[in-house]
Ligand binder design. Structure first.
Ligand code: FES
Length: 354
């Protein structure tokens, strides 16, 4: 697994909404492709503290590498990126990652429902544009939930896409601070309003795939609606906002370690073909324990959402605070989110290379 950070040059910065920018980047010396729905994890130092943040790529897979960054209150990275970042600057990012994606099939005539809440539109735009470009018979319906027209990210890109694929791309908006022409799109969405939209033909009753990105409550609601419609879990793809996470809070690596503290577990970590030992102290997660011996171990959100820290347990057992970043079946296959894991046995070994 490649965990290196690559230098990327900022080639364009576009003001998207009053609080967000679209940043186009170029890998100067590396060819790194990406899949629709994937994200980049950035590393930046502010006041001597390294900050890592993940942002979804908001371009079709054959487009320029571009991310949308929205300023959040108190967000050091997003404040820096939306105010101080300039064209020509170099930023550091890991290779594109993430499994909020699927296998494209140009011969399939599939139906898709996409739902985006707020800045959740960034990966959803990449997914919509890629599907429409790659699957010529696909029908895509998008529900965009936001506060007002002025806060919608990628509005021009979505409208361009709609104009290009008028017969295959439908867009509905549910803006909580603006009245809508259709009564069932007025106010906040609910399971009932979404299912009423299905009855009225706004959304397909049996889509082949559903992609949802936004706050936890919106994802749960639309997942519930599609489960009632009879969809299987593998048809429903979700990506949660880190800010809406309920996972274990990020922890700092402890150091230097006091020798009098007894480890609660020990183990081995395999990363990039090399195996090292580590000790888990009280209050450690498996990730923070590994960081002491292998500081290059991959991580980003530390909230159980992004799955950058995913590894497979090869010995022992762990407990996890949350498993949002894992897809159905991965827990049974032994995969864990090391940032959410604490040992449930005296030995815990993990492999990041599988
Ligand atoms: S670092 Fe994001 S899930 Fe662990």
């Amino acid at each position: 697994m490649a965990v290196a950070f690559h230098p990327l040059t900022v080639t364009e910065i576009e003001r998207d909404t009053p609080s967000s920018v679209l940043v186009t980047l170029e890998f100067p010396d590396t060819e790194l492709g990406f899949e629709h729905g994937q994200y980049l994890t950035f590393r930046h130092e502010i006041d001597g503290v390294e900050i890592r943040r993940s942002y979804s790529i908001c371009s079709p897979v054959d487009g320029a590498l571009r991310v949308g960054i929205k300023r959040v209150d108190g967000g050091a990275f997003s404040t820096w990126a939306t105010s101080a970042l300039r064209v020509g600057d170099t930023v550091e990012a890991m290779a594109p990652m993430g499994r909020f994606t699927h296998e494209l099939d140009p011969l399939a005539a599939r139906t898709y429902t996409l739902v985006a809440g707020g800045s959740g539109i960034t990966p959803i735009y990449s997914i919509a544009a890629t599907i429409l470009d790659t699957e010529p018979d696909a029908i895509v319906t998008l529900l965009q939930v936001d506060q007002a027209t002025s806060t919608i990210m990628l509005l021009d890109d979505i409208e361009d896409l709609r104009n290009r694929y008028l017969d295959r791309f439908r867009v509905w908006r549910q803006l909580t601070r603006e009245p809508q022409a259709l009564d069932l799109l007025d106010g906040r969405p609910s399971v009932e309003s979404f299912l009423a939209g299905v009855e009225r033909g706004l959304f397909p009753a049996a889509p082949d795939h559903v992609f949802l990105c936004g706050p936890e409550a919106l994802i749960e609601m639309i997942t519930d609606a599609h489960t009632r419609l009879g969809l299987q879990p593998e048809q429903i793809h979700t990506e949660r906002f880190t800010s809406a996470q309920s996972g274990r809070a990020p922890r700092r690596v402890r150091g230097p370690v006091d020798d009098s503290i007894e480890p609660i577990a020990t183990g081995q970590v395999t990363l990039d073909g090399r195996t090292s030992t580590f000790s888990v102290l009280p209050d450690d997660t498996v990730l923070t324990a590994i960081q002491r011996s292998r500081p290059e171990v991959p991580f980003a959100c530390q909230a159980g959402v992004c799955s950058t820290c995913r590894a497979r347990v090869t010995e022992g057992e762990v407990e996890m605070a949350t498993t949002y970043g894992l897809v159905p079946g991965e827990t049974d296959a032994g995969f864990i989110l090391t940032c959410q894991a604490t040992p449930a046995s005296g030995t815990v070994s993990v492999d990041f290379d599988v």
